[in-house]
Design a protein around this ligand. Structure first.
Ligand code: R5P
Length: 224
């Protein structure tokens, strides 16, 4: 049986090889990104000079605990490299993200990033996106309306719950997990979702990744 956590770790070790002194580095969220932040912490301990920009309060706390200097995103004009995870990816570098509800800040960081590196275990690679439902972050006020628009687009959505209550994102919004089945044209769906009033952001990341480093048993494969 595959050791998926080890595959994430191997991908993280490979990804941090892209980091150089004096770069602004985006710190992703989730279990794969956590491995990368731990690796970055070691490099910083050994003298690497970087400035981190976090994609979630969890990543921020972890970075701080490891002595990685971080700044608010508003104080940088661009980010050199970001290392983040994904819930699904295709070989043409489209992604679904947001399984941990961090997609909004992750997409802002990715949009400001020159080289977005995605790290993943081998279970995340798919031929077509869509087995993993698309997280859609919505303002609470619009959640019913957005659900109806998702149905018109051919999908069905459910508000994500935690302990029986709607989960609130760091920005105080709801997440609708939207099931469209397998998605032959993710760029088209991404545009349609972005057009719905009340949608803050969604987890389809189209052409934002420069490369995906996938752990594969005891080695890694890079898609770029
Ligand atoms: O909201 C969470 C993020 O998009 C994560 O990067 C994504 O869910 C992958 O997480 P993990 O590395 O834990 O599978």
């Amino acid at each position: 049986m595959k050791d998926l956590d080890n595959e994430k770790k191997l991908a993280a070790k490979e990804a941090v090889k892209y980091l150089k002194d004096n770069q602004v580095v985006g710190l992703g969220s989730g279990s794969s990104a956590t491995h990368a932040i731990l690796e970055i912490g070691e490099l910083v301990k050994n003298g690497l000079k970087i400035t981190g920009v976090s994609t979630s309060s969890k990543s921020e706390e972890l970075a701080k605990s490891l002595g990685i200097p971080t700044v608010d995103i508003s104080s940088v004009s661009s980010i050199d490299v970001t290392i983040d995870g994904a819930d699904e990816f295709t070989s043409d570098l489209n992604l679904i993200k947001g399984g941990g509800a961090a997609l909004l800040k992750e997409k802002v960081v990715a949009s400001l990033t020159k080289e977005e590196i995605i790290i993943a275990d081998s279970s995340k690679k798919v031929e077509l996106l869509g087995k993993f439902t698309i997280p859609v972050e919505v303002i609470r006020y619009a959640s019913k309306y957005v659900m109806s628009q998702i149905i018109l687009l051919g999908g069905k959505g459910e508000i994500r719950l935690t302990e029986g209550e709607p989960l609130l994102t760091e920005e105080g919004n709801y997440i609708i997990d939207a099931d469209f089945g397998l998605i032959p044209d993710p760029a088209y769906l991404a545009t349609r979702l972005s057009e719905i009033a009340g949608v803050v952001e969604h987890g389809l990341f189209i052409k934002l990744a420069a490369r995906v480093i996938m752990g594969n048993n005891d080695s890694t494969i890079t898609f770029s």
